[in-house]
Ligand binder design. Structure first.
Ligand code: ATP
Ligand code: MG
Length: 428
């Protein structure tokens, strides 16, 4: 099986392009990353900036973090830096901390080796096979992600035509698309992410494989998919990513209980982007609440006895696709439970509700629903007015509420069946 996945080494260029007139500005010369490389060099090791930082800087975008590739073994790297530790089981790397910066250092690896463990469908389970700089370039996903910047010579080292693809704004895999997606189906999500972030065109053969790759998402650990979920939707281009994903079965592969064409979800993605642009805080819990809202509602109204806690059941069901950490699940649950209270506007607990720690998130959620559902609009407007009102105005707003019908007092005698039934459902 392994032979099938071996790529023909003869097709690899023997020498890389060394590009000096790359026009890479000072954006890539991050002090902490350069210090890491300097230290590696001083101990006789190679060190290059690689991946997203080089790609983004070439596109004129400020890199969000810095990755370093080296021929030093991970243990040696870890010994060279005081504040460092080896992390990751599947693909171990070293996290080196410099002040508030975190530099990810990885040892050159190769993906074509007997040491790389695949499953029966070609997915890489472990790739701890160390290699040369050239082998490291070829195990990376996209040509645009396999560029190395050598700060000592100010050169970009390009084995795969990545600089050309960046200029043409094209995302294509190094090697055969089918094989690269079989090795790691998450790469299709990465394609959507980079395309949304940089406005790159995804190679048609990658998009053509999106449906078959979506089916393979079930083989990915749900915790890894949550990490990818954060990168997809909490970096300021969630709307573009979601629009691209819902054209394929990928949206449903990650969130099977969410209607990919839900207006609420699209509004929430847009709103998340706007908040990030405006410098407001965002939490994954809010998006989880949005994505699973319909499922929660359906379970709440279902008579299925197994769902005695519909919020819990909704979140539990999601865990086998994208695993939502407990604190974000709790956040979503609180937002859902507040919706009912916002609808009821119970006079006696209204002050407590306004001071609830999730009131703001619950109100934002209601406003998002109001954008696409005109039945919810008057309620959202009432709550907006209520928050802007002074004490006297608040009383007036409360007085204007339709009076809840009084509960009938329980008669002293035998309960009639109809009273018992209405008391249980609260519809007296
Ligand atoms: P960003 O940091 O902006 O999300 P990035 O390209 O740096 O983008 P990372 O996830 O930080 O992405 O990975 C760093 C580099 O490691 C990538 O540029 C790529 O070369 C390589 N890489 C990461 N994930 C994979 C993968 N699943 N398959 C192959 N190579 C990968
Ligand atoms: Mg990175």
């Amino acid at each position: 099986m392994l032979n099938f996945f071996r790529r023909n080494k003869k097709t690899q260029p023997p020498t890389p392009k060394r590009i000096q007139d790359h026009g890479l500005g000072p954006k890539v010369r991050d002090a902490s990353a350069l210090k890491v490389i300097e230290t590696l060099n001083a101990h006789g090791y190679q060190g290059y900036l690689v991946g997203g930082c080089v790609r983004d800087a070439l596109c004129g975008v400020k890199p969000k973090d810095f990755d370093v590739a080296t021929d030093a073994p991970l243990e040696a790297v870890s010994k060279l830096f005081r504040r460092s530790r080896i992390v990751g089981r599947r693909f171990p790397i070293v996290h080196v901390r410099f002040g508030r910066d975190l530099i990810e250092v990885s040892t050159f690896r190769q993906s074509i080796s007997d040491k790389v463990v695949h499953d029966e469908r070609g997915m890489i389970l472990r790739d701890n096979a160390f290699g040369t700089l050239q082998e490291d370039a070829f195990r990376r996903d996209f040509t645009t992600n396999a560029l190395y910047y050598d700060p000592t010579t100010n050169e970009i080292i390009d084995f795969v035509g990545g600089v050309k693809d960046i200029k043409a704004k094209k995302l294509r895999f190094i090697g055969d698309t089918k094989t690269r997606l079989a090795e790691d189906p998450v790469r299709v999500l990465r394609a959507m992410r980079f395309s949304a972030k940089l406005g790159f065109e995804i190679a048609p053969d990658i998009l053509a494989q999106a449906s078959s790759t979506a089916k393979r998402m079930e083989a990915i650990p749900p915790a890894r998919l949550f990490d990818e979920f954060l990168k997809l939707f909490l970096n300021g281009y969630a709307e573009t990513v979601w629009r691209a994903m819902r054209k394929t079965p990928l949206a449903t592969a990650l969130f099977p209980c969410c209607d990919p064409h839900s207006a609420l979800v699209l509004a929430a993605m847009r709103n998340t982007d706007e908040r990030i642009r405006g410098g407001s805080s965002v939490t994954p819990g809010f998006l989880v609440a949005v994505l699973l809202w319909e499922d929660f509602k359906a379970r709440s109204t279902s008579t299925d006895v197994e769902d005695d806690d519909p919020a819990f059941a909704t979140l539990k069901n999601q865990q086998s696709y994208v695993a939502v950490p407990r604190r974000f699940g709790t956040f979503a649950r609180e937002v859902w439970l507040i919706q009912e209270r916002l609808h009821k506007r119970n006079v006696r607990s209204i002050d407590r509700l306004v001071n609830h720690k999730r009131f703001r998130a619950g109100y934002d959620f209601l406003c998002l629903q109001a954008e696409s559902d005109e039945q919810v609009r008057p309620l959202a407007q009432w709550w907006t007015a209520f928050q802007e009102a002074n004490e006297i105005e608040r009383r007036t707003l409360i007085d204007q509420l339709p009076k809840a019908p009084r509960k009938r007092r329980r008669s002293k005698g035998k309960r009639t069946n109809s009273v018992a039934a209405t008391e249980e459902t609260g519809n007296s």
